[in-house]
Ligand binder design. Structure first.
Ligand code: GDP
Ligand code: PEP
Ligand code: MN
Length: 630
């Protein structure tokens, strides 16, 4: 390591912190830290190791600095983001590209030289008078081939505290990997704060992803989706690195579905933000590996997945004791650290959120300040007790349903992919693809979902969102689709691919399924993966037979599932599926210059099957009309 850099670091860190850093011998790490101390100019620096003492330092600092407030329940705290900082800021999130580097119109980019110049100006001296926290983490199980070391510089103790809960410790991993560490870098500053300790200069909010240097910059924001480098920013770097090394980073839950005789079948599930990953991964009776981001590799010809995280930043809207008993229990467990964000803080030091099955408090404080029931904003609109994107942050280790293979360095063998989104009128509740390419294309690459409060902007707008990963892509869409289709190459066994739809509505706009119906779909898919049930072949995939679903509804959720319900849910809506094909093909053509041919061949074949069915049966085909069972 360069002596000047060492001298500079020793001066700026001081003896104790420098002693911690110097246990890691990695010249690139020192250069990275020295460079950004010079640019951001913090008053002091704290190097966070893996000890509980350092975790306490961070969590106490979050309280001391006013970024978190203690709640009545031991270990629980609350954090508020600015009212203008409540979701991921897609408009100001850019991949940095060199001239001529094409990402297509769906991925917002900025010229790399300009972007680096801009962020250097925005971040120049931004940490003056404050402390820089250096947090290390490992993405993926420590010691596994999936593991990627990561380091984040931040001046927000809330962000550092969240990362300590959400990721596996990385300080010892950096020591172990030494100069070999091929690490991700994150530089974050929340910038100047308001009186209420939220980001003040929202107009200077920037998120830049520099793939050349595996660095993500984030300035003038606190919202976790924009600031937790290890979460959605690392996703962009991992998708890029995976595309070069032959593995995948997907916006997927990973979980064990528990079948007959103690059998556990592992599933992944890709749903856009706020469309069902956490709710599915936390189904009682099943076991969770992860609820948001998966790394997938083919190992000895078998598809295996790990959760690169080890915590949950889950949506709290609608979480209730009946539908979500395990989440409910976790949110009420004293003695574990849980950070609530943008919910209502009640006068007795508790929390309330929209959809919680508890009495509505008479008074409290939320992300907009004082709140009482019926409060209206300046436009006369009702102010909700909690934001639609309000979250809870906790470590998976406190969950009773944590899967026994959650930290298996080899990951888990994936038997099923599940793709889904907020689709009110087209897909049936559950169906299996005809084969791998059909599943990747007609399910994954065709996901359309109504936008939600997880991103800033209008909600409820149907948006094409391939593999639910559009917001995080750092490679051109066509290349992304190709690497997903090609992932089958060299595989001895492949996961089955399913399409699910939790949000199907009747023609008069009512949800056809309750939140718990999904439990039945997963049990059916688990039986299907193990060859225990047949299915009906339709123009868009294989659907369950009524005779297999009814007993599952009875056994699992003690519900009489009538044939009428089955027919309403599983009748194929031909016109809607045909117009979906038109929309998806048009979107792919407009979204990228490099759409692989397989997209068109698979969707045109599906169109032909739909038109054939329409000619024979009309616009709606009942399950009993298809005839082929297999
Ligand atoms: N109608 C309906 N809403 C659901 C269902 N599953 C989840 N949701 C809602 O979708 C929202 C977000 O779900 P979540 O699982 O946290 O999404 P994630 O961001 O993908 O993890 C919550 O408001 C849930 O109440 C379902 O089966 N039906
Ligand atoms: C934090 C996020 O993940 P999700 O909403 O998918 O849980 C996000 O997308 O901002
Ligand atoms: Mn989630």
């Amino acid at each position: 390591m360069n002596d000047n850099v060492a001298k500079f670091l020793e001066e700026r860190l001081g003896g104790e912190q420098y002693a911690k850093l110097s246990r890691i011998s990695n010249g690139k790490l020192y250069d990275f830290i020295a460079h950004f101390i010079k640019l951001l100019d913090p008053a002091s620096v704290f190097v966070c190791d893996d000890s509980t003492g350092d975790l306490s330092y961070i969590s106490e600092k979050a309280i001391h600095d006013g970024e978190e407030q203690r709640l009545a329940m031991n270990g629980h705290t609350i954090h508020f983001d600015s009212p203008l900082d409540q979701g991921r800021d897609k408009e100001h999130t850019n991949i940095l590209v060199d001239p001529g580097e094409e990402m297509g119109p769906q991925i917002s980019t900025r010229d790399r030289t300009e972007g680096l110049k801009d962020i250097s100006e925005v971040m120049d001296g931004i940490m003056r008078g404050r402390q820089m926290l250096i947090v290390f983490a490992t993405l993926g199980p420590n010691g596994s081939e999936f593991a990627i070391p990561a380091v984040q510089l931040t001046d927000s103790p809330y962000v550092a505290h969240s990362e300590k809960l959400l990721y596996r410790p990385g300080y010892e991993e950096f020591i172990r990997q030494s100069e070999q560490a091929h690490f991700f870098k994150f530089v974050h500053s929340e910038g100047e704060l308001t009186e209420s300790k939220t980001t003040k200069n929202i107009d200077k909010r920037r998120i830049y992803i520099d793939l050349k240097d595996d660095i993500v910059y984030s300035a003038n924001t606190q919202y976790a989706g924009n600031t937790l480098g290890m979460k959605k920013m690392a996703m962009r770097l991992a998708i890029h690195r995976g595309s070069q090394e032959g593995w995948l980073c997907e916006h997927m839950l990973v979980m064990g579905i528990h079948g007959p005789h103690g059998r556990v079948t592992y599933f992944t599930g890709a749903f856009p933000s706020m469309c069902g990953k956490t709710s599915t991964a936390m189904l009682d009776g099943e076991s969770i590996v992860g609820d948001d981001i998966a790394y997938l590799r083919k190992i000895d010809g078998v598809v295996r997945a790990v959760n690169c995280e080890h915590g949950m930043f889950g949506i709290i809207l609608g979480v209730n004791s009946k539908d979500d008993p395990i989440q409910w229990k976790a949110l009420h467990a004293p003695g574990h650290q849980v950070i609530f964000s943008n919910v209502l803080k009640t006068d007795d030091g508790g929390v309330y959120w929209e959809g919680k099955d508890a009495a509505v408090p008479e008074h409290g404080v939320n992300f907009k300040g004082e709140w009482t029931p019926g409060k209206l904003d300046k436009d006369g609109k009702a102010v909700p007790a909690s934001h639609a994107n309000a979250r809870f942050t906790l470590s998976l280790s406190m969950l009773e349903n944590l899967d026994k293979n959650a930290d298996n360095p080899d990951g888990v063998e994936v038997s099923a992919y599940v793709y889904g989104g907020r689709d009110s009128d087209t897909w049936v509740p559950v169906q299996e693809s005809i084969d791998w390419a059909h599943g990747v294309v007609a399910f994954g690459a065709s996901i359309e979902s109504e936008t939600t409060a997880a991103t800033i902007g209008k909600a409820g707008v149907r948006q094409h969102n391939p593999m639910s990963n559009l917001d995080f892509l750092s490679i051109p869409l066509g290349k992304y689709l190709q690497i997903n289709v090609d992932f089958a190459k060299g595989a001895k066994r492949l996961p089955k691919i399913f399409g699910v739809n939790y949000f199907l509505k009747s023609r008069d706009g009512k949800f056809l399924n309750g939140k718990n119906d999904k439990k039945v779909w997963y049990k059916w898919m688990e039986l299907r993966c193990n060859g225990d049930v047949k299915a009906i072949k339709t123009a868009t995939g294989w659907i369950p037979e009524y005779k297999d679903l009814a007993p599952l509804f009875k056994d699992i959720i003690d519900r009489e599932y009538t044939y009428e319900e089955y027919e309403a849910e599983f009748s194929l809506r031909i016109p809607e599926n045909l117009s979906k094909i038109d929309r998806v093909i048009a979107s792919w053509k407009n979204s990228t210059h490099d759409t692989p041919e397989v997209l068109f061949t698979e969707l045109e074949a599906q169109r032909a099957r739909l038109l054939e069915a329409q000619k024979t049966f009309g616009d709606e085909v009942k399950p009993s009309q298809w005839g082929i069972v297999g």
